[in-house]
Ligand binder design. Structure first.
Ligand code: G16
Ligand code: MG
Length: 213
């Protein structure tokens, strides 16, 4: 019996990738390192420091850990400024309706995002009240495709992983959901998410009855 639904953030609830891109792009330009939207795709679901390392790879300078921490902090400050431009209109179509329908049916709802700014994003989108639990990305040692963030989210809901479903738009996230012992719904296609158990092109296509199935 379905007890909980665990949502990824970027690409499932809203598109934060463009804001991450803008913040990283400013930093990369300052450092004279090439960076474009195509390369930004590689950073989806990848945590802040690992993202920075992927960007610095394309430059020829070496940075100390301390310098890298400063650069990551600088990007995050800029990203948080950009988050102020987010409004409830940035919710992907159908998300609010789906969250409300799940609640009405007594199904618990959690967020399983790699972003340490996830709670702020939910606030800006005006959906904080619709979530029962937000997994703390800062407390998770192993990133997706490890199962940790999804297991953490299920535990926070107090629902056994086998009674949870995860919703993801990235293959690493789908793998993480499976490793957590859960079924995975992919926002995408058979081609982009070959391992997902069920595909939809948008959260608007989901409802509690379909998820129970
Ligand atoms: C998101 C984004 C990543 C970002 C990561 C960490 O993951 O997809 O690009 O680097 O969070 O974000 P922050 O710097 O805010 O901690 P997810 O899991 O929401 O797709
Ligand atoms: Mg995602």
């Amino acid at each position: 019996v379905l007890g909980g639904v665990l949502f990824d953030l970027d690409g499932v609830i809203t598109d934060t990738a463009e804001l991450h891109y803008q913040a990283w792009k400013e930093l990369a330009d300052e450092l004279g390192i090439p960076f474009d939207r195509e390369y930004n795709e590689k950073l989806k679901g990848v945590d802040r420091m690992a993202s920075l390392k992927l960007i610095l790879q394309n430059g020829d300078r070496k940075f100390s850990l301390e310098d890298m921490q400063r650069l990551a902090d600088r990007k995050n400050e800029r990203y948080r400024e950009l988050l102020l431009t987010l409004t409830p209109e940035a919710l992907l179509p159908g998300v609010r309706k789906l969250l409300k329908a799940l609640r009405r049916d007594g199904i618990r709802i959690a967020l399983a995002s790699a972003s340490r700014n996830a709670a702020t994003v939910l606030d800006r989108l005006g959906v904080t009240d619709l979530f029962d639990f937000v997994a703390d990305a800062g407390a998770v040692a192993l990133q997706k495709p490890d199962a940790e963030i999804f297991l953490n989210a299920a535990e926070g809901l107090g629902v056994h992983p086998l009674r949870c479903i995860g919703i993801e738009d990235a293959e690493a996230g789908v793998v993480a959901i499976h490793r957590a012992g859960m079924q995975a719904v992919g926002i995408g296609t058979e081609e982009t998410l070959p391992d997902a158990d069920h595909h939809v092109s948008s959260p608007a296509e989901l409802n509690p009855a379909l998820l129970r199935e």
